[in-house]
Design a protein around this ligand. Structure first.
Ligand code: M6R
Length: 625
């Protein structure tokens, strides 16, 4: 949450910072702001609302020259999204500016201390106290009051301040008294250094600087980075120089562009066949065996696992729910799935033979990161299934399987979800391969079918026009329900989540069998109910049961929208609208049944005039608990 950019180099900092914020706006869009240092002066501008408001204000005002600057796009925590609460925040004298992502948990005490010391606080934010703490540290270091430029003074002040902070924070600051430097610090929230030629960058995500350099360094936990045009220095909060390892970003700037689509979400839905194919690439051998050595978990350890616990949030949690069906069926290992935000607070029973799987697109979700830390403290092995290379969650896990969806920019997760599913299937099938499984033939058959999934998703994408028409027709409805059984149940939850977050509409997903235990009271004449129907050729009993559930809701007047396998003649007579998907093995069905629900939500939200990529109140990476 919140996007941060810092720049020191030979270009106009304002241009680089605004362009970086444009690429990071998916992280929060409650307000945006910028500060640059030039000629001993700090100039800043900030506006509530989306980045466009700031850009318009800058176009009307005086230019912001300078080769050093910081910028911020906000997802509000402390204080409403107003101009005064927008970042950057400055000290009493306007010498320094700071931007922040995260929550400073001891801010109330620090704020009281700052106020008592005579500092004037102009916002409701937790961030502003940092500006005043930095002010105090800079003043203490400048005891003779000459305010001469002293390289390194801002970094030292930042280290001293960070040692006093509790909570999660990425901070980036500039100060006219150390004019060539941009200083960043990190605890529990992401910050990446971009290393260019005669210029360097700090950002929440490589997308902010990928147009200038692909060389990146992830700042580690409790570290401070000072960037200048000609160099980068990294230390711990204690001032001890830190060893850092860089990496090369393996995608280019075009992957983070809309490429002619109206929304990133439309592009990302369309990219799903490619994303699945990339995630499978090199992982299935010619002999049909899976090779996941990259996970770095020794086979002996994997054979000893007696329980698996999946932790994740939101859409990734739905992927985890589906993983449970696959893991228990193919591997015969008991598997629990838990919302990461609940996990550590209930004192879960974890041992050295428990494998915890953390699923996260961003690798930065704070709830999931905290669950990972808790599991590691209990000495369980932790495997990440993650989309962002080098992000916090995989860095803190014992092992990682990267999905290869490429950058996902729309807030609503689509291609990340399908590739998370593929990642989960691969892990489950690999465990089955290592340990031997009751359903060995089936597992081998599924491995070969996985390779067909990009085609199957392609076929679904080609037949989405009726789904779009249906979405437009239902745009004025107040509520839509989603039903499923078995792996169709998490798909129903995912369909409802997409509609809630994009169309701001009441939407609920239920296990179809639970309907009669309460939710059926919601059914009334004309209520749209989307039913995800399992394959008739898979587990027949499941199919028959859901056909009965359809009868029950039809009898009460629901408008039944069925997603079913092509050729399912049994369900056809009971569908007011039938959406057909290709036949695939039962456990893989979510790969094809989720796609119409993504398209449905996207089109319905568009018909309502919503910004599909930036739905209200949300942000892409949820870096607060
Ligand atoms: O980055 P993560 O996969 O950890 O994110 C988890 C959720 O915040 C995320 O899936 C969220 O639910 C999506 N906006 C749903 O579309």
């Amino acid at each position: 949450m919140c996007g941060i950019v810092g720049y020191a180099g030979h270009r106009q900092a304002a241009d680089v910072v605004i362009e970086g914020l444009r690429r990071l706006e998916y992280r929060g869009y409650d307000s945006a702001g910028i500060a640059v240092v030039e000629d001993g002066k700090l100039r800043s501008a900030k506006r509530a609302g989306k980045l466009v408001n700031l850009v318009e204000a800058l176009a009307e005002g005086a230019p912001l020259p300078g080769r050093v600057g910081v910028g911020h796009t906000r997802w509000a925590t402390h204080g409403p999204p107003t101009d005064p609460n927008a970042h950057p925040h400055t000290d009493c004298n306007g010498h320094l500016a700071v931007v922040h992502n995260g929550i400073i948990e001891n801010f109330a005490a620090l704020r009281a201390e700052a106020a008592a010391a005579g500092h004037e606080l102009a916002s409701d934010t937790d961030t502003e106290v940092v500006a005043h703490l930095l002010e105090a540290e800079m003043a203490a270091a400048d005891a003779d009051g000459t305010q001469l430029a002293r390289p390194g003074s801002l970094a030292e002040a930042m280290r001293r301040v960070c040692r006093r902070l509790e909570g999660a924070f990425t901070l980036v600051a500039v100060d006219i008294r150390d004019p060539g430097a941009v200083v960043g610090a990190r605890r529990n929230s992401p910050l990446v250094i971009g290393c260019g030629e005669g210029e360097n960058f700090l950002a929440s995500d490589v997308a902010a600087f990928i147009a200038y350099t692909r060389r990146a360094v992830e700042l580690g936990q409790d570290q401070v980075a000072e960037i200048r045009a000609d160099g980068v220095t990294v230390t711990g909060f204690d001032g001890v120089p830190a060893r850092v390892t860089g990496y090369r970003v393996d995608w280019d700037v075009s992957a983070a562009e809309k490429a002619g689509y109206e929304y990133f979400m439309l592009k990302e839905i369309a990219e799903q066949p490619r994303a699945i194919a990339d995630t499978l690439l090199g992982r299935i051998g010619a002999d049909g065996n899976l090779t996941l050595d990259e996970m770095r978990l020794p086979a002996d350890e994997l054979r000893e696992i007696d329980k698996i616990v999946v932790v994740a949030c939101g859409t990734a949690y739905h992927a985890g729910m589906i993983a449970k069906y696959a893991i228990e069926h193919w591997c015969r290992i008991p598997c629990e799935v838990e919302l990461a935000s609940e996990f550590r607070y209930r004192d879960p029973i974890l041992t050295r033979s428990t494998l915890v799987i953390a699923i996260s697109q961003s690798g930065e979700t704070m709830d999931t990161l905290m669950a990972v830390r808790h599991a590691r403290e209990q000495r369980s092995r932790v495997l990440a299934i993650c989309n962002v290379n080098g992000s916090s969650i995989p860095r803190e896990c014992d092992a990682v399987l990267y999905t290869r969806a490429g950058p996902e920019i729309a807030v609503a997760s689509t291609k990340a979800f399908l590739t998370q599913l593929v990642g989960c299937y691969l892990v489950a099938l690999y465990l089955a391969q290592l340990r031997g499984t009751k359903y060995g033939d089936e597992a081998r058959d599924v491995v070969s079918q996985l390779a067909q999934m990009p085609n199957a998703v392609d076929v679904v994408l080609e037949t989405m026009e009726p789904v779009r028409a249906l979405a437009r027709e239902l745009a004025s409805e107040g509520c839509v329900l989603f039903l499923g059984r078995h792996v169709g149940f998490p798909v129903a939850l995912e369909g409802a989540l997409k509609l809630k977050e994009l169309a701001y509409m009441h939407a609920e997903g239920f296990a179809a069998g639970e309907l009669k235990h309460g939710p059926i009271a919601l059914i009334e004449g004309g209520l749209p109910v989307v039913v995800v129907v399992p394959s008739p050729g898979g587990r027949e009993v499941l199919h028959d049961k859901i056909v009965s559930n359809i009868q029950e809701i039809r009898a009460r007047g629901a408008r039944v929208i069925v997603i079913a396998e092509e050729g399912d003649h049994e369900v056809k007579p009971y569908a007011d609208t039938l959406i057909e998907v290709p036949h695939v093995p039962t456990l893989l069905q979510p790969l094809v049944t989720t796609v119409p629900l993504q398209v449905f939500a996207c089109e319905l939200a568009t018909a309502k005039g919503h910004d599909v990529d930036q739905p209200r109140n949300l942000a892409k990476s949820v870096t607060v608990e």
